[in-house]
Design a binder for this molecule. Structure first.
Ligand code: ATP
Ligand code: MG
Length: 566
């Protein structure tokens, strides 16, 4: 694995390299001093953390320099696109805290793109090719060997015009013909070897309905859409570097020498986000959803924005992570642990501290009067005193974590063990007196005695004991279901693995605990998204949680305790 990029290539002014370009262009007065970007997702899936990186760039740079960023739905392939995705995309961008100028669609420009394609045919710069895609691929050549011209390359213009019309009539089968730009079959840049610019898809489009059957290809639609819309900086990821000359070529044709000054969109590229232990390909994410290998696009293990949201990430945590990794011009693989570190830092500042016992065992305080209760004060967030306090009920019988008791403990064990003292958080110091076991030797109940003069906050109560345990009262707690999530994949770089990605899923990525107890305060706090179960980790309510059946998702543990399984 490559080292995470700590190097964000920022200048003294705190600008990343794209922002520096934008600042320079604005200073030079390019595009009349305008700044316009776009975020151009294809609505064929939900947005993921990689898209968040692009969103922070596209919207962020516009915000920073007083420009506009439009949301452009790159909807040129009706086979895979759907309004469900469009709505999810809007929701996720808004959740991340960004505002678009306009919502645009590549399909808004289908008429103009069609006219442009017709013009190219008339100018002898495009032709209809009736070969199969396999034949066309075979003729492409290699970067060092020129390609072979299609037998249709020099067909009469009138013929291409008539066939192009027929491509859009709905009467031709898909794949029977394509429109290609006539550029240069020997160009060292493969994208110039007569790229396909229109193909037939006999499917209705979620916006244009049955109007079109000939649909433009990405390379033909994207740059032109930028131009029609007035985009100045078309920011994308590094895999589009080799497409850039073609992007410029089409714009040059489109402009026809008009307005040649400098009023044109320019493409700039940054490194895409790759994260360990997950995949970013929408095709693979869709397969996980469709094959029910996860619980939908918003499964908390998914790298999707909605998955992270359901997992308990705040938008600020996602943005913090994006700024931690920065933007560069070389590809890398970022460590999933960095995303978790960003979440921890963010949640430490905002999470409501509460008590929950995930693997309960009963602790009986034998010298505490039966039937007696006390309301203990619990601080909501020590990082932010303004968040105040709430109370938690203390009684004779408590649930504590099984792992907080050991009958024969080593010297450095600072939790409950016979003869030793610990503090019960926000309450008293107790001394363990023993336990009761069942026939299988399992601990059923633990016994202790409390020191009535040691109540937290009482004067002179701060006698030093090493360990502090969390607890909830047996009679005053609520049952809960808690879902613990781990890495979705068990290999570091599933995208680079030859095996089928389904076989690389981590079988232990979800552990459901159904026998947990939480303090009742949690039943009244469902508006609070960010929780810390003290001593355990950060949690949030799952979308299925109700006051009658509380369900929590673990966002991230308190410390990075994770290590790859050997
Ligand atoms: P896929 O190929 O899996 O469908 P995509 O990259 O084509 O994904 P788009 O919806 O076309 O997905 O992407 C919209 C924008 O988000 C593009 O500008 C793209 O460069 C950017 N983007 C997508 N994935 C990443 C990533 N992992 N890191 C950074 N930017 C990304
Ligand atoms: Mg794409």
């Amino acid at each position: 694995m490559q080292k995470p990029e700590n190097e964000t290539k920022e200048t003294k002014a705190g600008l990343n390299f794209i922002e520096q370009i934008v600042a320079g262009d604005l200073q030079e007065g390019k595009n009349g001093g305008r700044l316009q970007t776009r975020f151009p997702p294809e609505p064929n899936g939900y947005l993921h953390i990689g898209h968040a990186k692009a969103i922070c760039m596209d919207f962020g740079v516009a915000e920073k320099f007083g420009g506009v960023c439009n949301l452009r739905l790159d909807d040129t392939n009706p086979q895979k696109e759907d309004t469900e995705y469009v709505n999810a995309i809007k929701e996720d961008i808004t959740w991340l805290g960004f505002k678009w100028g306009k919502i645009c669609h590549a399909s808004d420009y289908f008429p103009q793109l069609w006219d442009f394609a017709v013009r190219l045919i008339k100018e002898g710069k495009a032709y209809v090719d009736e070969q199969t895609s396999e034949q066309i691929a075979q003729q492409k050549g290699t970067p060092t060997q020129p390609g072979t011209a299609s037998p249709y390359r020099d067909r009469p213009i009138e013929e291409s015009l008539a066939l192009f019309e027929r491509m859009n009539s709905g009467e031709l089968p898909e794949g029977s013909m394509v429109l290609r730009a006539k550029i240069d079959m020997a160009n060292p840049n493969m994208h110039f070897r007569d790229p396909v610019i229109y193909r037939i898809i006999n499917k209705d489009h979620h916006i244009t309905g049955n109007k079109w059957r000939a649909y433009p290809m990405y390379d033909f639609a994207h740059g032109q859409s930028d131009y029609f819309e007035g985009v100045t900086h078309s920011i994308c990821t590094l895999e589009f570097v080799p497409h850039r000359p073609l992007y410029d070529w089409f714009i040059d044709q489109l402009k026809e020498g008009k307005d040649l000054a400098d009023n044109r969109p320019r493409q700039y590229e940054f490194n895409r986000l790759n994260l360990t232990y997950t995949v970013m390909s929408k095709r693979k994410l869709l397969a996980l959803v469709q094959e029910h290998l996860v619980d939908g696009w918003d499964d908390p293990r998914m790298p999707t924005i909605c998955g992270l949201r359901r997992r308990g990430y705040s938008p600020e945590a996602v943005r913090k992570f994006i700024s931690m990794i920065g933007y560069t011009k070389f590809d890398a693989l970022n460590d999933y642990a960095m995303l978790e570190a960003a979440a921890r830092e963010d949640l430490n500042a905002r999470a409501l501290r509460v008590s929950a016992v995930l693997h309960p065992v009963k602790l009986v305080i034998t010298n505490y009067p039966e039937g007696q209760t006390e309301e203990m004060e619990a601080v909501n967030n020590p990082e932010n005193p303004a968040d105040g306090t709430h109370t938690i009920t203390f009684s004779r019988e408590l649930w504590i974590e099984q792992e907080d008791f050991m009958e024969d403990a080593p010297k450095k064990y600072f939790r409950l063990t016979p003869g030793k003292e610990v503090r019960l958080k926000n309450a008293y110091i107790v001394k363990c007196t023993g336990c009761k076991k069942n026939d299988n030797g399992e601990v059923e109940e633990i016994y202790c005695e409390y020191d009535p003069d040691s109540r937290s906050g009482m004067e002179g109560a701060n006698r030093k004991v090493k360990g502090t345990l969390h607890w909830v009262s047996v009679a005053h707690s609520l049952p809960a279901e808690v879902r613990l999530y781990d890495r979705l994949f068990s290999v570091e770089n599933p995208a680079a693995d030859e095996r089928d990605f389904r076989d690389l899923l981590n079988p232990g990525s979800l552990e459901v605990l159904t026998n947990c107890y939480v303090e009742p305060y949690l039943a009244t706090q469902q508006a609070t998204n960010y929780l810390q179960f003290q001593r355990i980790g950060y949690f949030t309510y799952d979308k299925t949680s109700t006051p009658d059946h509380l369900v929590f998702n673990r966002t991230v543990g308190l410390k990075d305790g994770w290590s790859p399984k050997k």
